[in-house]
Design a protein around this ligand. Structure first.
Ligand code: BYC
Length: 337
């Protein structure tokens, strides 16, 4: 159901048949002038639905995304690495929370979104369905996955929906720290033993193609892009952002001393960009459909955490009810005095 002000606008429409086209014209003008749509504003139902879909998936990705690296918190090789990793994983939890709050401004219900995630009715990023067998994976996730997140999310700071765009500002600052900590970890490992260098190269080989898939299917197979671009929810297409990520990452790989596992990767002087090979799109489809290496494990763990946390939600709700009852009693006392 539409949120408060939007609902009031719908009631106006019931009385005045021209109202919807005027509301639509106002919305189009706001988008045309590159201004923000806010929760109180009227918006087309498709815009609201697209935002809830994308923001919820984004929030789910942040929360599920805590798992692959979280597995290494108890096994980090030093206190310093443990503290950094702990902080990073906590940041991802914070990102999930801002994003669920942004979805709530659109009338979505947080408990319902969680239910949709654990029942498989809503998606989360394919990238978090791959395993993290070595500590080099922690570094490569920071470098590639947070690097890809920066390419994708910096433009989202200019997304047309105010609460989503504003949430992205802080998230991007934190992703930037995450990317650097990953790269710094890898630089340290590359200065270590031959076995450590081989471990980094192995992680790079495993994460490169899944990282390119994070940007979504190629533009020709992206059913949501056209509308999202017209509404300025997305500012660049999936392929544009993928290209940006490749161009950003190649010189970093050279500096690090690793090889990116793509024989077709080369600089194209004419385009002023890198040419690169085609990801295995059938793999992306399989992983999104639930058949990746760790899908079952990730969802089972999220489900267990949700069930284990029931008492916390119940206690918080009981506390809030008690506070509200006390506040009401104080109001009555005040009125009686
Ligand atoms: N994985 O029409 P398309 C992080 C789905 S976490 C799974 O191109 P759209 C981090 C897509 O949803 C941040 N599903 O869609 C955390 C759609 O399905 P539905 C992760 C994918 O929305 C912890 C269908 O395929 N980032 O940084 O226009 C540790 C067709 O696609 C994927 C975000 O969430 C995928 N890779 O564009 C470290 C960014 N790709 O919904 C780091 C926000 C596509 O129609 N999201 N699908 O059933 C976006 O920017 C856009 O939603 C996408 C897809 C570019 C991902």
């Amino acid at each position: 159901m539409a949120a408060g002000p939007a609902r009031a606008a719908e009631q106006d429409e019931d009385r005045d048949p021209g109202a919807e086209s005027r509301l639509q014209a106002g919305f189009d003008a706001t988008i045309g002038k590159d201004q923000r749509i806010e929760p109180r504003d009227w918006m087309p139902e498709g815009y609201r639905r697209t935002l809830v879909r994308q923001i919820a998936q984004h929030a789910h990705s942040e929360i599920i995304g805590m798992q692959p690296e979280g597995e290494w918190i108890t096994r980090a090789p030093s206190l310093r690495r443990k503290a950094i990793l702990f902080a990073k994983v906590q940041d991802e939890a914070g990102h999930g929370l801002y994003l669920y709050s942004a979805a709530e401004t659109l009338g979505a219900d947080r408990a319902d979104l969680t239910e949709r995630l654990i029942s498989g009715r809503q998606k989360y990023s394919s990238i978090f369905n791959y395993p993290t067998p070595t500590f080099a994976d922690v570094g490569v996730i920071g470098w590639f996955v947070d690097g890809a997140a920066i390419c994708n999310q910096v433009p989202l700071c200019r997304s047309s929906y105010g609460p989503y765009a504003r949430a992205m500002v802080r998230i991007c600052k934190e992703e930037s720290f995450h990317q650097r900590q990953g790269y710094e970890l890898l630089l340290t490992m590359m200065r270590g033993t031959q076995a450590q260098r081989a471990m980094v190269q192995d992680a790079v080989d495993r994460w490169w193609w899944p990282s390119l898939m994070m940007f979504g299917p190629p533009d020709g197979d992206s059913p949501n892009s056209a509308a999202s671009m017209a509404w300025k929810i997305k500012r660049h297409t999936n392929d544009e952002l993928r290209q940006r990520f490749v161009d950003m990452t190649v010189p970093q790989a050279e500096k690090l001393g690793v090889t990116l596992p793509d024989p077709q990767l080369r600089w194209n002087e004419k385009r002023g960009r890198h040419d690169f090979g085609t990801p295995d799109w059938s793999e992306l489809k399989r992983v999104i459909a639930g058949d990746g290496p760790c899908n079952d494990e990730r969802v089972a763990r999220r489900t267990a955490a949700h069930e284990d946390g029931a008492w916390v939600r119940e206690a918080a709700a009981a506390h809030a009810a008690k506070q509200a009852a006390r506040a009401q009693a104080r109001t009555h006392e005040g009125a009686a005095a």
